[in-house]
Design a protein around this ligand. Structure first.
Ligand code: HEM
Length: 430
């Protein structure tokens, strides 16, 4: 079959394609144009995410197209050792232990360690929006991509002055790996990525030179390492920072934009959040299910794998279609309906599953919860501008809004009908 993530129907609205693939009797379909096997059913995607012996991660961060030789010669200079999404056993269990020890990955730890940072950044960004009362703003540029980037810089102890170049490098990495850049662009993006890697190595070197006594992630990882390369090498600390600076914001930026898009597309939904902040966690969970920021994630088969009638050969790259799995009718009632009151949203696979389960899931939920609550409280009349048209950046994995044009109105509109008065109590966040 053909799947074009870079233009046309799938790019503008993937739901119909997900439905068609889910309805196909084949449990794995080969997308010839992409050279990827598509796995879409919830049970199959879940199993592939969990089974590191059969579905490896070695190529998860490798470009999905044949990189031109000039760009490849730059890419090969990026000697960052795999530590997270691209690491397989025996390295991954060791680096994952290090991450769990140094990065707050439960709701309680994230609130205790990052709550203050997130609230401060949200307050700052929201008050900048409030100051634009009556104007049209792009929420993607002024809020959804800003917040997670500033938060992850704070957590890693990176100066605000570097925000623009980190944004450029991180966006470039997403485009280089999962986009469709032409050869000149590949070279430019690859050079940026190499610079980014050297920057991360410098960050770690500076911490070592200045004495490791801070509470930022890099200092914590160096302390955890305790000069023992069997625990973690200095280069692996730099590689963790390299990964977190991208994973920590490109994804949560997507979640925030999808949540605001879903909320503002219907005045009733936004009004429900304004009227009842307790409904925010369930709204975030349903956003994660319905519109995952990463809707396809890569694995490579380490042996022949048979799914139903189809055998995927060893060494094949597979696209685990998280977006489709989250709409599987065997798991979700009325899957194509956005319903913040559903009770099955928690079964989504948007943060992955198993040994590589997203280490930042708790932080992402914390950011989205605080952001939506404070935005709804401060700008109850926020609404999409009439000229807003939904469009996404072409990419195999990341579904990111190009823009979210909205009008700032700090006054609650008088004519919006009361929101779902009989709505059931919000479900626990997924
Ligand atoms: C809505 C926001 C986010 C989404 C949708 C998301 C999604 C994902 C997915 C799909 C995976 C792969 C899981 C697997 O292979 O089973 C993953 C892994 C990962 N995520 Fe997230 N993520 C988000 C936020 C974050 C944040 C805020 C951070 C860090 C600050 C982060 C750091 C990571 C890391 C380090 C991994 C690799 C973990 C490993 O391989 O052990 N993510 N994430």
């Amino acid at each position: 079959m053909q799947l074009n993530p870079y233009s046309g129907a799938y790019l503008s609205d993937p739901a119909a394609t997900w439905r068609r693939i889910l309805d196909d009797p084949g449990r794995a379909l080969y997308a010839e144009d992409l050279g990827l096997w598509l796995i879409s059913r919830h049970a199959d995607v879940r199993r592939a995410l969990a089974d590191a012996t059969t579905f490896g991660n070695a190529l998860t961060l490798a470009p999905v197209y044949e990189v031109c030789p000039a760009a490849m010669s730059v890419v090969t200079q990026i000697d960052a050792p795999p530590t997270t999404a691209a690491a397989d056993p025996p390295v991954h269990p060791r680096t994952r232990r290090a991450l769990r020890a140094t990065f707050a990955n439960t709701a309680e730890r994230a609130e205790a360690e990052y709550g203050r940072i997130v609230r401060r950044r949200v307050e700052d960004l929201v008050s900048r929006l409030v100051a634009q009362q009556g104007r049209r703003v792009d929420l993607v540029r002024e809020f959804t991509t800003e917040l997670p980037l500033l938060v992850i810089l704070d957590i890693l102890g990176v100066p605000d002055a570097d925000v623009d170049r980190i944004r450029r490098w991180a966006d470039g990495q997403v485009a280089l790996i999962w986009g469709q850049p032409d050869p000149d662009e590949q070279v430019r993006l690859a050079r940026g990525l190499l610079e980014f890697w050297r920057y991360c190595q410098d960050l770690v070197r500076q911490r070592l030179d200045s004495g490791v006594d801070g509470d930022d992630f890099i200092s914590r990882a160096l302390t955890y390492r305790d000069d023992d390369d069997d625990v973690l090498t200095v280069t692996e600390v730099a590689s963790l920072a390299f990964n977190l600076l991208v994973a920590g914001h490109e994804t949560t930026a997507g979640l925030l934009a999808h949540a605001l898009d879903a909320a503002l597309s219907s005045p009733h939904r936004w009004r429900a959040l304004v009227d009842d902040p307790r409904s925010v966690p369930a709204f975030v969970a349903e956003t994660l299910r319905f519109a995952p920021a990463i809707d396809g994630w890569l694995r490579v088969t380490r042996r022949d794998v048979t799914l139903g009638e189809v055998t995927i050969p060893a060494g094949a790259r597979c696209l685990l279609m998280i977006g489709a799995a989250n709409r599987d009718p065997l798991v979700f009632a009325r899957p194509d309906r956005f319903d913040p009151y559903r009770t099955d949203a928690a079964d989504h696979l948007s943060f992955g599953h198993g040994p590589h389960f997203c280490i930042g899931a708790a932080l992402a939920r914390l950011e989205a919860g605080i952001a939506l609550t404070q935005l709804a409280a401060a700008i109850p009349g926020l609404r999409l501008s009439p000229e807003h048209r939904r469009s996404f950046t072409p990419n195999v994995s990341f579904r990111a809004h190009d823009a979210l044009l909205a009008t700032i109105d700090i006054h609650a509109p008088a004519d919006v009908p009361e929101a779902t008065p009989a709505a059931p109590a919000p479900a626990q966040a997924a």
